[in-house]
Write a new protein. Sequence first.
Length: 124
Amino acid sequence: MNTKAIKEEYRLAHWAGIISERRGSGLSIKAYCKNAGFHSNIYYYWQRKLREAACEELGKAGSEESSITPVSFTEVKLVKSPWNNAHPASTLHSQVSIEAAGVRITAGEEYPADKLAALLRELR
């Protein structure tokens, strides 16, 4: 790695920290930049540079077939159960929540188990 590349990597890391700090501060970009003592145009410049670098890295990772997971969908249809009208309170306590791959699924007892299994297979 040459000196120019090292310098660019250092600057990207520095600005990634600044952008992360700004997001955690809860301030708007304009207010944060004013408090930090630099113009918001500089912030936006480095934000764009970071995005470009991230896209470049994704492009490199995308060239490896195994690194990308194919996307697929399963149709989910909710069916109203005849027991909902008879025992409305019982459905409130008979639910299952599953969280996988950053997705939360909550299903009641009336949801067919085979459809839930198919949905979980798709998430995997």
